[in-house]
Design a protein around this ligand. Structure first.
Ligand code: ADP
Ligand code: ZN
Length: 722
């Protein structure tokens, strides 16, 4: 009999490999080990242990890595994620192991502090400058040297026989501060309704078992303040808290709010973080020392030691869905994670997804409601502008009612915001001579004109080139013409209309990194901007007390296309955009320009009839058997040429297992039929609620391997239908 360990490697493998455990090596599930794979030695995780009497030629595990193991809850979560999303197990493990350095203790650095405050005579000028430094201690020799304008060797010798400085060893990655649940650094008192809601959530957390609550509160009702009370409860119990936010909401201003409430900055996790910050957070989370983590969706895959609460802020938000690599929805996986570790989940939103809302109404989730804004703040009034009646002037995009709305806000010394979810200057560039439209190479997408940078860009692939002066097709000079508006063009129009106003654009082009976003948000909040023109970026989680008018340039943008959630998403976005207005004492107003004022999502919005909208949308979904009344999965097949894609799609369809309650639609050309030179085909699979759709898709997928260069992707509960 041999002792066998199953070892999972963080690469694209579907399952662990077997190895022999050498005599004398003590192993447990979750341990990190080095084992040979091919000619390489690789780091993997023990996924299972057992005895076997086998003649199979198995290799030995080389070494157990001396570090903290992954805990059983984490292993189960990785298994679950892979199974539910039909993803290779090793790829999910790879999402967990985002920093190998975090497995080792923090590197130690040598720092120096002054030994005594005593004034000494006869010091050299350099040494004196060192000892005169304030607010720097402890510090490294090079930092001290720089600050005191001496050489580093001067600093080091001061820790020698003269004993002016003391040498200490400090971890390079310092621990995070401990959040204090009773810090109470708020500038205001919670309203009675907020207190009750906070208490309800805290009570669920106090039970220390799996629970889910939907915190359903209008924009500006104080949901953050309320879920922080649930967080306080988890912290009092000594547990860890994860607050998931859409990536864009991860700004310094946001972090400061958490710091204010608990007296210390939380640990962060997001994609733009450097290696040092990454390993620090990972290590501290694994050790259970980082108690409060604010992160984007991938923070869900950190190895928490004792996770007691997960908050999913803006739970309806699209950015919780990861569409590349392992395709998963962090909101849904948060629920799984909590279930596996007996934790609580709070899903917070002013516009909950219909799925979550249905779960709350049928009693599967606790439903905590905040119906109003605190104090004098009232909900904004929302109106529609019918573009068929109020036509903007030729070549213009702002109608008279919008212009009047802005003017009125500015006259009162308030701010206005214009929302258009389109980056750049114009979404389409057309040749007036030959009618050619500039297209992205090898991709079914138009190039977008960006005037600020003078380039033509593809937003799907990131391709860009200098804006040509002549048509690439007919070579006519000066014939290229922008069609339609992007934020830059709207800002240009606003500048012509309001030449005195301070106008700025906020999009991922003008403020890509968190620092730049924060800086612009702060100036907006301080009243240093009169008109902010923004994309999706302005929608999330910001408070502008002087903003009283919001104009939506194109309310129809989200309604185009065959997306089943188009109505829901448009409704959610516009509620959120309008909800930016009137957050303080001054009442706010929003106007939405549209060609379809009779569309039910827009009508409901203008009438403030959320219930009516939800009822209509749900009955449509029920009729069609769509979520939440049924399940969906998508299959995306792509190949370097169209024939290969079609051929594999046909073969794959023939392999579909026969099953009750399953309907397969397709294959058909994807709406973006060519992306980066790959030809794409899609299936949509619809299942009745009781069907285990993940298992079905996994079974189907395992029946046929795609040939070389052809790719097969499964997307459970697709959000994008591109
Ligand atoms: P939501 O997340 O529901 O949109 P927030 O928690 O961001 O709402 O709160 C909106 C704004 O109202 C914030 O600036 C917050 O500080 C403020 N606020 C919340 N509750 C109160 C209260 N009880 N009194 C005064 N201001 C409050
Ligand atoms: Zn031309």
């Amino acid at each position: 009999m041999k002792q066998i360990a199953k070892v999972l490697f963080p690469v694209g493998v579907p399952e662990p490999f077997d190895y022999v455990v050498p005599t004398g090596m003590q192993l447990a599930c979750g341990d990190f080990v080095y084992a040979p794979i091919g000619k390489q030695m690789k780091l993997g995780v023990v996924w299972g242990l057992g005895q076997a009497d086998t003649d199979r030629k198995l290799k030995d595990i080389s070494e157990r890595k001396n570090c903290r193991a992954l805990n059983p809850g984490m292993l189960k979560f990785v298994d679950w994620t892979a199974k539910y999303n039909c993803a290779p197990l090793g790829m999910v493990l790879r999402m967990v192991l985002r920093s190998y350095k975090a497995l080792d203790p923090s590197p130690i650095v040598t720092m120096y502090t002054p030994r005594s405050a005593e004034r000494l005579v006869g010091l050299s000028a350099g040494r004196k400058r060192v000892l005169d430094l304030q607010d720097i201690w402890p510090a490294t020799a090079s930092d001290i040297a720089k600050a005191a304008n001496v050489s580093a060797s001067v600093v080091r010798t001061m820790a020698g026989p003269s004993r002016l400085l003391e040498k200490i060893s400090v971890p390079l990655d310092p621990p995070f501060g401990t959040p204090d649940p009773d810090h109470e650094g708020r500038q205001f008192a919670l309203t009675p309704k907020q207190i009750t809601a906070g208490q309800e959530l805290a009570d669920l957390v106090a039970r220390q078992e799996f629970s889910i609550a939907l915190l359903d509160g209008v924009t500006g009702s104080g949901k953050t303040e309320v879920y922080l009370e649930a967080a306080a409860q988890a912290l009092r119990q000594g547990g860890q808290v994860l607050i998931l936010v859409p990536e864009i909401a991860l700004t310094q201003a946001g972090l400061r709010r958490f710091a204010q409430r608990f007296g210390t900055e939380p640990a962060q996790w997001h994609s733009a973080m450097g290696e040092a910050a990454r390993r620090r957070t990972w290590r501290e989370v694994a050790a259970g020392r980082a108690k409060l983590v604010i992160g984007a969706r991938s923070a869900l895959y950190l190895p928490y030691a004792d996770l007691q609460l997960i908050v999913v802020d803006e739970e309806h938000d699209n950015s919780y869905k990861q569409d590349e690599g392992v395709i998963y929805n962090a909101r849904d996986m948060a629920v799984v994670r909590a279930k596996l570790s007996g934790a609580s989940v709070v899903l917070a939103s002013a516009t909950p997804s219909l799925e979550s809302l249905t779960n709350a109404r049928t009693g599967r989730y606790a439903h905590v409601i905040l119906p109003e804004r605190p104090g004098a703040a009232v909900m904004p009034e929302i109106g529609l502008v019918d573009l068929k009646e109020d036509k903007p002037e030729n070549g213009r995009f702002l109608s008279q009612p919008l212009i009047d709305g802005i003017a009125e806000a500015l006259e009162q010394g308030d701010q206005a915001m214009l929302y258009l979810n389109r980056r750049g200057y114009a979404p389409l560039i057309i040749c007036r001579a030959c009618g050619e439209k500039l297209k992205s190479p090898d991709t079914d997408s138009w190039l977008v004109e960006h005037r600020r940078t003078g380039r033509a860009m593809c937003h799907l692939t990131g391709f860009s080139m200098p804006m040509p002066s002549a048509c690439p097709e007919c070579k006519t000079e000066g014939s290229l013409h922008p069609v339609g508006p992007g934020v830059e063009r709207v800002a240009e129009e606003a500048t012509q209309l309001f030449p005195q106003a301070r106008i700025e654009v906020l999009s991922s082009d003008t403020a890509g990194n968190p620092e730049r976003i924060r800086e612009r948000m702060e100036r907006m909040a301080a009243g240093d901007i009169d008109i902010l023109v923004g994309t999706q970026m302005v929608v999330k989680g910001h408070n502008f007390p002087h903003l009283t008018f919001v104009g939506v340039v194109d309310g129809d943008l989200g309604l185009a296309g065959g997306d089943l959630r188009a109505g829901e998403r448009t409704y959610q976005t516009l509620v959120q955009v309008a909800g930016r207005a009137g957050r303080a004492e001054k009442p706010g107003r929003a106007l939405i320009q549209t060609h379809m004022p009779e569309h039910e999502a827009l009508e409901a919005l203008a009438a403030g009839d959320r219930e009516g909208f939800i009822a209509a949308e749900l009955s449509m979904r029920e009729l069609l058997g769509l979520p939440p009344y049924g399940k969906l999965a998508a299959v995306i097949i792509s190949a370097p040429d169209g024939k290969k894609a079609d051929e594999f799609a046909r073969k794959f369809l023939a392999k579909a297992p026969r099953a009750e309650g399953i309907e397969i639609m397709g294959p058909s050309e994807a709406p973006i039929a060519i992306l980066r030179g790959r030809h794409r085909r899609r299936f949509l699979v619809k299942a009745e609620p009781m069907v285990n759709l993940s298992a079905y898709m996994q079974a189907w997928k395992s029946r046929l391997r795609p040939p070389h260069k052809t790719k097969l992707q499964i997307d459970i509960d697709p959000q994008s239908f591109m």
